[in-house]
Design a protein around this ligand. Structure first.
Ligand SMILES: NC(=O)c1ccc[n+]([C@@H]2O[C@H](COP(=O)([O-])OP(=O)(O)OC[C@H]3O[C@@H](n4cnc5c(N)ncnc54)[C@H](O)[C@@H]3O)[C@@H](O)[C@H]2O)c1
Length: 252
């Protein structure tokens, strides 16, 4: 796959899936705008990409802030002249526990990071894509938004909202050549895993989760990067509003 000449914004690129996605796009020739609220992490990722011969800038930003997202769009314009692809990947969860144990502040934060961020991203990047005559969003949602399990109720709800929001964007933006697709990972070995797991993060609990995944393993950043680059490429140019489960058969 070749993204030479394209600019790709990846949020939550300071670690986990986002880091893997950013590195993959850079390897495929894209100019990457790596975004994260953890300044040191995002700097390290962009420096690693540059050291490997890729093009990247790191931008420290909170995806729930309109001003910060404006800063990201401006940084992309200043450094690379536009934006072709936006990967809305930054996300958080509350700890896996009974639903009434999650306080209101946590609920609000989960919805702000997982859902409002898509609204802000659209407000700042759709106008740039319109000007360019097209573009593409890939939003990282979750199997949690398709097949909810107990303990993650408010996270599940936020991912369900992110999925239907993305599909609605796809319907509305298609006539303008802007595609919007969704990747739904199954549990993955990232920084978020400890909060997603029911109970302590132990070999036993992990094994119990893996036993519910027909292909017999959790997801890795490379699995998600494979799906995202396909959905952002010309090879998928008739695909929009699609949800691609990268889940080893978990949702079957
Ligand atoms: N790990 C899993 O099991 C799993 C499963 C399904 C879906 N997902 C989704 O995948 C995406 C990536 O998750 P991950 O597993 O890589 O998690 P992670 O915690 O390893 O990485 C998330 C990154 O997002 C950043 N971030 C968090 N809030 C932010 C904000 N407000 N502004 C900017 N950056 C912010 C964090 O600093 C971190 O670098 C999330 O949307 C998550 O919901 C994860």
């Amino acid at each position: 796959m070749d993204f030479t000449g394209q600019t790709v914004v990846v949020t939550g690129a300071g670690g986990g899936f986002g880091e893997g996605i950013a590195e993959r796009f850079a390897r495929f020739g894209a100019s990457v705008v790596a975004v994260d609220m953890r300044a040191e992490a995002v700097e390290a990722v962009s420096q690693r990409i540059a050291a490997a011969g890729g093009k990247a800038i790191g931008v420290t930003a909170d995806v729930t802030s309109d001003a910060d997202m404006g800063k990201v769009a401006q940084a992309a314009l200043d450094a690379f002249g536009g934006v072709d692809v936006v990967v809305n990947n930054a996300g958080i969860t509350h700890k896996n526990r009974p639903m009434l144990e999650i306080d209101e502040a946590m609920y609000d934060r989960v919805f702000a990071v997982n859902v409002k961020s898509i609204y802000l991203s659209a407000r700042h990047f759709v106008p740039l894509m319109r000007k360019a005559g097209g573009g593409c969003f890939v939003n990282i949602c979750s199997t949690a938004g398709v097949r909810p399990r107990p303990g993650l109720t408010w996270y599940n709800g936020s991912k369900g909202a992110a999925i239907i929001t993305s599909r609605s964007m796809a319907a509305e933006l298609a006539p303008e050549g802007i595609r919007v697709n969704i990747v739904n990972p199954v549990m993955g070995e990232t920084g978020m895993l400890a909060d997603l797991l029911p109970g302590e993060d132990s070999a036993e609990v992990r094994a119990r989760i893996v036993s519910t995944i027909p292909l017999g393993r959790m997801s890795q950043p490379r699995d998600i990067a494979n799906a995202v680059t396909f959905l952002a490429s010309d090879e998928s140019d008739l695909i929009t509003g699609a949800c691609l489960e990268v889940d080893g058969g978990r949702c079957v």
